[in-house]
Unconditional design. Structure first.
Length: 328
């Protein structure tokens, strides 16, 4: 049964937020979708979206692509936000929705560092950012997957790390590199001392997924659920208003990697995600099969993993040599 039409723009945004949370969209996606809807409404002189339709959406997307020159992924995110608004919030079926042009995202080859370049980059990093970078390269995790690790997900006995609620809301296992175990143990001792200090000061609670905080009272203060990479300061939870210690801000690690790239004098445009690309490529170079790497990376389709074979120049399992090399 369709909900009644809102009388205020604020009501509309409130309903969008509620629909997103019911469907368990991430907070980042929630803020992004709300931002695009606000821009769409503002671009049409604050007319209610019920008065707009396919033509206005197409013109808005054209403005983004032609005049603002946004990337294909940005344009498609804006479209996804508007389609969500009309389908799930306003309950309106857009006329000729198939006429809305979806941007074609070009296939790009990933930037990959050599092992020597990774070594040079890591030499320029220190402290907690270096430990996190070791995890990124040593396990192939994504940036936020690494920073959201909990103490209970690091298994020193089985030499494995469990990635919870990764991309696509799936769990997976990856290895715990032996080279980082001693450093990580020492780091966790420091984190535990910080957590004990928080407890003494009346804090020490962390955000828990689903309804665990209601089902298990006090679980958020347990050592097992603390973040492996906690923030230096406590902050206010945007969802509940509680004061707690969140995980390390990803921008701190991104800046640390960028600075290390400059200090190492690397000519490649490398980032935190480049370490994940390098992890996959180096495993291929070491002879591991593509299916194993697919599972470690958490790719849904092996075709996504196959892009890393570009570095090896392999076809049918045999290395292809340039005819120029045979002239030497």
């Amino acid at each position: 049964m369709p909900l009644p039409a809102p009388t205020e723009t604020v009501t509309l945004f409130g309903r969008v937020r509620a629909e997103l949370r019911v469907r368990r969209y991430s907070l980042r996606t929630e803020e992004a979708y709300l931002g695009w809807i606000r821009r769409f409404v503002a671009a049409h002189h604050k007319r209610h979206p019920r008065e707009l339709g396919t033509i206005e959406i197409s013109s808005f997307l054209s403005e983004l692509a032609v005049r603002q020159k946004v990337s294909a992924s940005t344009q498609n995110q804006a479209l996804a936000a508007l389609l969500f608004l009309y389908k799930h919030v306003l309950k309106i079926k857009l006329v000729e929705e198939e006429m809305i042009v979806r941007a074609h995202k070009p296939v790009r080859l990933p930037t990959v560092l050599t092992k020597d370049e990774v070594r040079a980059l890591l030499r320029q990093m220190h402290g907690v950012p270096r430990i996190a970078a070791l995890i990124l390269y040593g396990t192939g995790t994504r940036l936020l997957e690494c920073l959201r690790l909990r103490v209970k997900d690091v298994d020193f006995g089985l030499n494995q790390i469990i990635i919870r609620d990764g991309k696509g809301q799936k769990d997976r296992r990856t290895m715990l590199p032996s080279a980082v175990k001693a450093t990580l143990r020492s780091h966790l001792q420091t984190v535990k001392a910080l957590h004990e200090q928080d407890l003494r000061e009346g804090f020490g609670d962390v955000w828990l997924p689903e309804a665990l905080s209601r089902k298990y009272v006090g679980l958020g203060k347990s050592w097992a659920w603390q973040y492996v990479f906690p923030a230096a300061k406590r902050g206010v939870d945007p969802l509940t208003g509680s004061i707690r210690r969140h995980h390390l801000d990803e921008t701190l690690l991104q800046r640390a990697v960028k600075l290390a790239v400059q200090k190492a004098k690397l000519t490649k445009h490398a980032s935190c995600h480049t370490l994940r690309h390098s992890f996959a490529t180096h495993l291929l170079q070491d002879g591991y099969d593509i299916r194993t790497i697919q599972e470690l990376l958490g790719h849904r389709d092996v075709a996504t993993t196959m892009i890393y074979t570009h570095v090896l120049n392999q076809v049918g399992g045999r290395g292809v040599k340039s005819p120029l090399d045979s002239l030497a």
